[in-house]
Design a protein around this ligand. Sequence first.
Ligand SMILES: [Zn+2]
Length: 310
Amino acid sequence: MADKPVIDRRTLLVGGGLAVTALGTALTVPAGTAAAHPRPVEAPNIYDTTAWGARPPREPITLLNHKPTYIVVHHTVEPGNSEDYSLEHAFAISRSIQDFHMDSNGWIDTGQQFTISRGGYITEGRHRSLEALRGGTQHVLGANVADHNSEIIGIENEGLYMEVDVPQTLWDSLVALVAYMASQYDISPDLIRGHRDFNSTACPGDVLYARLPELRQAVADRLGVTFREPEPTPLLRPGDTGDDVRLAQRRLRARGYDVTVDGVFGDKTRDAVAAFAASNGLGEPTCQACARSDERGYLGIDVWERLAPR
Ligand SMILES: [Zn+2]
Protein backbone atom coordinates (compact mmCIF):
# COMPACT_ATOMS: atom_id res chain seq x y z
CA MET A 1 0.00 0.00 0.00
CA ALA A 2 1.37 3.41 -0.87
CA ASP A 3 0.06 6.92 -0.45
CA LYS A 4 0.38 7.67 -4.12
CA PRO A 5 -1.50 6.48 -7.19
CA VAL A 6 -1.29 2.75 -7.53
CA ILE A 7 0.54 1.70 -10.68
CA ASP A 8 -0.74 -1.39 -12.38
CA ARG A 9 2.26 -3.66 -12.33
CA ARG A 10 0.90 -6.03 -14.95
CA THR A 11 -0.06 -3.46 -17.53
CA LEU A 12 2.03 -0.76 -19.15
CA LEU A 13 0.15 2.08 -20.71
CA VAL A 14 1.67 2.87 -24.06
CA GLY A 15 -0.64 5.78 -24.78
CA GLY A 16 -3.99 6.27 -26.42
CA GLY A 17 -5.49 3.58 -24.23
CA LEU A 18 -3.28 0.92 -25.78
CA ALA A 19 -2.27 -1.54 -23.12
CA VAL A 20 0.37 -4.21 -23.42
CA THR A 21 -0.05 -7.05 -20.98
CA ALA A 22 2.74 -9.04 -19.44
CA LEU A 23 2.16 -11.62 -22.16
CA GLY A 24 2.77 -9.04 -24.83
CA THR A 25 -0.78 -9.02 -26.15
CA ALA A 26 -2.00 -5.65 -27.26
CA LEU A 27 -5.49 -4.68 -26.18
CA THR A 28 -7.22 -1.44 -27.04
CA VAL A 29 -9.44 -1.36 -24.00
CA PRO A 30 -10.18 1.84 -22.10
CA ALA A 31 -10.48 1.09 -18.38
CA GLY A 32 -13.96 0.17 -17.28
CA THR A 33 -15.32 -0.30 -20.76
CA ALA A 34 -16.15 -3.51 -22.56
CA ALA A 35 -14.39 -3.93 -25.88
CA ALA A 36 -17.60 -4.85 -27.63
CA HIS A 37 -21.23 -5.13 -26.76
CA PRO A 38 -21.51 -8.25 -24.61
CA ARG A 39 -23.20 -11.38 -25.87
CA PRO A 40 -26.54 -12.21 -24.24
CA VAL A 41 -26.14 -14.79 -21.50
CA GLU A 42 -28.83 -17.30 -20.60
CA ALA A 43 -30.37 -16.82 -17.16
CA PRO A 44 -29.40 -19.45 -14.60
CA ASN A 45 -32.12 -21.06 -12.51
CA ILE A 46 -32.95 -18.64 -9.70
CA TYR A 47 -35.43 -19.42 -6.91
CA ASP A 48 -37.48 -16.37 -6.03
CA THR A 49 -38.53 -15.22 -2.56
CA THR A 50 -41.84 -17.09 -2.84
CA ALA A 51 -40.04 -20.39 -3.52
CA TRP A 52 -38.07 -20.26 -0.27
CA GLY A 53 -40.89 -18.87 1.84
CA ALA A 54 -39.60 -15.37 2.50
CA ARG A 55 -41.40 -13.10 4.93
CA PRO A 56 -42.84 -9.99 3.30
CA PRO A 57 -40.57 -6.94 3.50
CA ARG A 58 -41.32 -4.56 6.35
CA GLU A 59 -41.47 -1.58 4.01
CA PRO A 60 -41.80 -1.18 0.24
CA ILE A 61 -38.66 -2.12 -1.69
CA THR A 62 -36.80 0.75 -3.36
CA LEU A 63 -36.25 0.24 -7.08
CA LEU A 64 -33.54 2.54 -8.43
CA ASN A 65 -34.03 3.82 -11.95
CA HIS A 66 -30.50 3.02 -13.02
CA LYS A 67 -28.29 0.00 -13.44
CA PRO A 68 -25.78 -1.00 -10.77
CA THR A 69 -22.17 -0.06 -11.55
CA TYR A 70 -20.54 -2.97 -9.71
CA ILE A 71 -21.27 -6.61 -9.01
CA VAL A 72 -19.99 -7.43 -5.51
CA VAL A 73 -19.03 -10.87 -4.16
CA HIS A 74 -19.40 -11.71 -0.44
CA HIS A 75 -19.09 -14.78 1.74
CA THR A 76 -21.60 -15.41 4.53
CA VAL A 77 -19.16 -16.79 7.17
CA GLU A 78 -22.13 -18.35 9.01
CA PRO A 79 -23.26 -21.15 9.02
CA GLY A 80 -19.71 -22.20 8.10
CA ASN A 81 -18.88 -24.69 5.39
CA SER A 82 -21.91 -26.93 5.54
CA GLU A 83 -21.85 -30.27 3.77
CA ASP A 84 -25.58 -30.11 3.21
CA TYR A 85 -25.78 -29.36 -0.50
CA SER A 86 -29.57 -29.75 -0.78
CA LEU A 87 -32.12 -27.33 -2.16
CA GLU A 88 -33.89 -27.36 1.21
CA HIS A 89 -30.68 -26.20 2.89
CA ALA A 90 -30.37 -23.35 0.36
CA PHE A 91 -33.90 -22.28 1.25
CA ALA A 92 -33.17 -22.61 4.97
CA ILE A 93 -30.11 -20.34 4.83
CA SER A 94 -32.08 -17.79 2.79
CA ARG A 95 -34.70 -17.72 5.56
CA SER A 96 -32.13 -17.55 8.32
CA ILE A 97 -30.26 -14.65 6.69
CA GLN A 98 -33.53 -12.79 6.21
CA ASP A 99 -34.50 -13.37 9.85
CA PHE A 100 -31.10 -12.09 11.00
CA HIS A 101 -31.23 -8.99 8.80
CA MET A 102 -34.81 -8.12 9.76
CA ASP A 103 -34.81 -9.10 13.43
CA SER A 104 -31.23 -8.35 14.54
CA ASN A 105 -30.20 -5.60 12.12
CA GLY A 106 -33.67 -4.08 11.93
CA TRP A 107 -33.59 -3.93 8.13
CA ILE A 108 -36.70 -4.01 5.95
CA ASP A 109 -35.68 -7.27 4.24
CA THR A 110 -32.65 -9.40 3.31
CA GLY A 111 -29.61 -7.15 2.70
CA GLN A 112 -28.15 -8.76 -0.42
CA GLN A 113 -29.87 -9.11 -3.77
CA PHE A 114 -28.91 -12.78 -4.33
CA THR A 115 -27.55 -15.76 -2.40
CA ILE A 116 -25.73 -18.88 -3.61
CA SER A 117 -25.61 -22.02 -1.47
CA ARG A 118 -22.66 -24.39 -1.34
CA GLY A 119 -24.79 -26.79 -3.33
CA GLY A 120 -24.94 -24.17 -6.10
CA TYR A 121 -28.58 -23.15 -5.68
CA ILE A 122 -29.22 -19.49 -6.43
CA THR A 123 -31.93 -17.71 -4.47
CA GLU A 124 -33.29 -14.20 -4.64
CA GLY A 125 -32.39 -12.20 -1.53
CA ARG A 126 -34.18 -8.88 -1.26
CA HIS A 127 -37.63 -8.95 -2.83
CA ARG A 128 -37.96 -7.75 -6.44
CA SER A 129 -34.24 -8.27 -7.16
CA LEU A 130 -35.02 -10.95 -9.72
CA GLU A 131 -37.69 -8.87 -11.45
CA ALA A 132 -35.26 -5.94 -11.66
CA LEU A 133 -32.42 -8.11 -12.97
CA ARG A 134 -34.64 -9.61 -15.67
CA GLY A 135 -35.70 -6.12 -16.74
CA GLY A 136 -32.09 -4.96 -16.95
CA THR A 137 -32.77 -1.25 -16.48
CA GLN A 138 -33.39 -0.88 -12.73
CA HIS A 139 -31.96 -2.40 -9.63
CA VAL A 140 -33.08 -2.96 -6.11
CA LEU A 141 -31.47 -0.90 -3.36
CA GLY A 142 -30.03 -3.42 -0.93
CA ALA A 143 -27.87 -3.27 2.20
CA ASN A 144 -24.55 -5.08 1.83
CA VAL A 145 -21.75 -2.61 1.06
CA ALA A 146 -21.65 0.41 3.39
CA ASP A 147 -21.70 3.77 1.59
CA HIS A 148 -22.07 2.13 -1.84
CA ASN A 149 -25.45 0.43 -1.83
CA SER A 150 -26.91 2.51 -4.62
CA GLU A 151 -24.06 1.48 -6.95
CA ILE A 152 -23.78 -2.21 -6.28
CA ILE A 153 -25.62 -5.49 -6.67
CA GLY A 154 -24.40 -8.02 -4.12
CA ILE A 155 -24.16 -11.80 -3.98
CA GLU A 156 -23.77 -13.65 -0.67
CA ASN A 157 -21.93 -16.95 -1.12
CA GLU A 158 -22.60 -19.45 1.64
CA GLY A 159 -19.51 -20.34 3.62
CA LEU A 160 -16.22 -19.08 5.02
CA TYR A 161 -13.43 -18.76 2.45
CA MET A 162 -10.47 -17.41 4.40
CA GLU A 163 -8.50 -20.64 4.07
CA VAL A 164 -10.47 -23.07 1.95
CA ASP A 165 -11.85 -22.85 -1.55
CA VAL A 166 -15.48 -22.75 -2.63
CA PRO A 167 -17.10 -25.98 -3.82
CA GLN A 168 -17.24 -26.39 -7.59
CA THR A 169 -21.05 -26.35 -7.43
CA LEU A 170 -20.99 -22.88 -5.87
CA TRP A 171 -18.31 -21.65 -8.28
CA ASP A 172 -20.22 -22.77 -11.37
CA SER A 173 -23.36 -20.97 -10.19
CA LEU A 174 -21.37 -17.86 -9.28
CA VAL A 175 -19.92 -17.67 -12.79
CA ALA A 176 -23.37 -18.24 -14.31
CA LEU A 177 -25.10 -15.62 -12.15
CA VAL A 178 -22.39 -12.96 -12.50
CA ALA A 179 -22.24 -13.49 -16.28
CA TYR A 180 -26.01 -13.08 -16.47
CA MET A 181 -25.89 -9.91 -14.34
CA ALA A 182 -23.05 -8.48 -16.42
CA SER A 183 -24.98 -9.21 -19.61
CA GLN A 184 -28.30 -7.82 -18.34
CA TYR A 185 -26.74 -4.65 -16.95
CA ASP A 186 -23.91 -4.30 -19.49
CA ILE A 187 -21.28 -4.33 -16.75
CA SER A 188 -17.63 -4.77 -17.77
CA PRO A 189 -15.85 -7.69 -16.06
CA ASP A 190 -13.37 -5.33 -14.38
CA LEU A 191 -16.29 -4.00 -12.34
CA ILE A 192 -16.85 -7.40 -10.72
CA ARG A 193 -15.42 -6.82 -7.26
CA GLY A 194 -15.14 -8.21 -3.77
CA HIS A 195 -16.57 -6.53 -0.70
CA ARG A 196 -13.08 -5.57 0.50
CA ASP A 197 -12.66 -3.40 -2.59
CA PHE A 198 -15.05 -0.96 -0.87
CA ASN A 199 -15.01 -1.48 2.91
CA SER A 200 -12.49 -2.49 5.59
CA THR A 201 -13.39 -6.17 5.69
CA ALA A 202 -11.79 -9.47 4.74
CA CYS A 203 -15.01 -10.43 2.92
CA PRO A 204 -15.31 -12.45 0.62
CA GLY A 205 -12.41 -14.30 2.28
CA ASP A 206 -8.77 -14.44 1.18
CA VAL A 207 -9.28 -17.52 -0.99
CA LEU A 208 -12.40 -16.38 -2.82
CA TYR A 209 -10.99 -12.87 -3.21
CA ALA A 210 -7.88 -14.35 -4.84
CA ARG A 211 -10.13 -16.12 -7.35
CA LEU A 212 -11.86 -12.94 -8.53
CA PRO A 213 -9.45 -12.52 -11.50
CA GLU A 214 -10.50 -16.01 -12.60
CA LEU A 215 -14.16 -15.09 -12.14
CA ARG A 216 -13.74 -11.93 -14.20
CA GLN A 217 -12.03 -13.90 -16.97
CA ALA A 218 -14.69 -16.62 -16.96
CA VAL A 219 -17.40 -13.97 -17.25
CA ALA A 220 -15.49 -12.13 -19.99
CA ASP A 221 -15.26 -15.38 -21.95
CA ARG A 222 -19.02 -15.88 -21.73
CA LEU A 223 -19.70 -12.29 -22.74
CA GLY A 224 -17.12 -12.34 -25.52
CA VAL A 225 -15.44 -9.17 -24.25
CA THR A 226 -11.97 -8.14 -23.10
CA PHE A 227 -11.17 -6.08 -20.03
CA ARG A 228 -8.30 -4.80 -17.95
CA GLU A 229 -7.74 -6.63 -14.69
CA PRO A 230 -7.99 -4.26 -11.71
CA GLU A 231 -5.33 -4.15 -9.01
CA PRO A 232 -6.21 -6.03 -5.82
CA THR A 233 -7.15 -3.78 -2.91
CA PRO A 234 -4.70 -3.89 0.01
CA LEU A 235 -6.05 -4.72 3.45
CA LEU A 236 -4.03 -4.35 6.66
CA ARG A 237 -5.08 -6.44 9.64
CA PRO A 238 -3.98 -6.97 13.24
CA GLY A 239 -0.85 -9.13 13.18
CA ASP A 240 0.43 -7.67 9.90
CA THR A 241 3.94 -6.24 9.84
CA GLY A 242 6.07 -4.14 7.51
CA ASP A 243 6.41 -0.81 5.78
CA ASP A 244 2.71 -0.39 5.00
CA VAL A 245 1.90 -0.76 8.71
CA ARG A 246 4.68 1.72 9.53
CA LEU A 247 3.24 4.21 7.04
CA ALA A 248 -0.23 3.82 8.54
CA GLN A 249 1.20 4.32 12.03
CA ARG A 250 2.98 7.50 10.95
CA ARG A 251 -0.28 8.82 9.51
CA LEU A 252 -2.15 7.97 12.70
CA ARG A 253 0.50 9.66 14.87
CA ALA A 254 0.31 12.75 12.68
CA ARG A 255 -3.38 12.85 13.48
CA GLY A 256 -2.75 12.66 17.21
CA TYR A 257 -3.24 8.95 17.86
CA ASP A 258 -0.96 7.37 20.44
CA VAL A 259 0.70 4.63 18.43
CA THR A 260 4.33 3.57 18.14
CA VAL A 261 5.79 3.51 14.64
CA ASP A 262 7.21 0.00 14.81
CA GLY A 263 5.68 -1.65 11.76
CA VAL A 264 3.70 -4.12 13.87
CA PHE A 265 -0.11 -3.99 13.69
CA GLY A 266 -0.83 -4.55 17.39
CA ASP A 267 -3.70 -3.69 19.73
CA LYS A 268 -2.90 0.03 19.97
CA THR A 269 -2.80 0.38 16.21
CA ARG A 270 -6.05 -1.52 16.00
CA ASP A 271 -7.70 0.78 18.55
CA ALA A 272 -6.39 3.83 16.70
CA VAL A 273 -7.64 2.63 13.30
CA ALA A 274 -11.05 1.82 14.79
CA ALA A 275 -11.28 5.24 16.45
CA PHE A 276 -10.15 6.99 13.27
CA ALA A 277 -12.70 5.07 11.19
CA ALA A 278 -15.49 5.94 13.65
CA SER A 279 -14.49 9.61 13.71
CA ASN A 280 -14.79 9.63 9.92
CA GLY A 281 -18.28 8.23 10.02
CA LEU A 282 -17.23 4.83 8.73
CA GLY A 283 -19.62 2.42 10.34
CA GLU A 284 -19.32 -1.31 10.51
CA PRO A 285 -19.38 -2.76 7.02
CA THR A 286 -22.81 -4.20 6.54
CA CYS A 287 -22.80 -7.64 5.00
CA GLN A 288 -23.55 -11.01 6.51
CA ALA A 289 -19.86 -11.83 6.93
CA CYS A 290 -19.06 -8.55 8.68
CA ALA A 291 -21.85 -9.06 11.15
CA ARG A 292 -20.42 -12.46 12.04
CA SER A 293 -16.72 -11.54 12.19
CA ASP A 294 -14.65 -9.34 14.49
CA GLU A 295 -13.06 -6.99 12.01
CA ARG A 296 -12.74 -4.00 14.29
CA GLY A 297 -9.74 -1.88 13.33
CA TYR A 298 -9.19 -3.47 9.92
CA LEU A 299 -7.53 -0.95 7.64
CA GLY A 300 -8.99 -1.20 4.16
CA ILE A 301 -9.56 1.08 1.22
CA ASP A 302 -12.20 3.33 2.81
CA VAL A 303 -10.08 4.05 5.90
CA TRP A 304 -6.94 4.45 3.84
CA GLU A 305 -8.50 7.03 1.53
CA ARG A 306 -9.25 9.18 4.57
CA LEU A 307 -5.98 8.52 6.38
CA ALA A 308 -3.79 9.25 3.37
CA PRO A 309 -5.83 11.31 0.92
CA ARG A 310 -4.11 11.96 -2.38
ZN1 LIG B 1 -19.28 -8.83 2.53
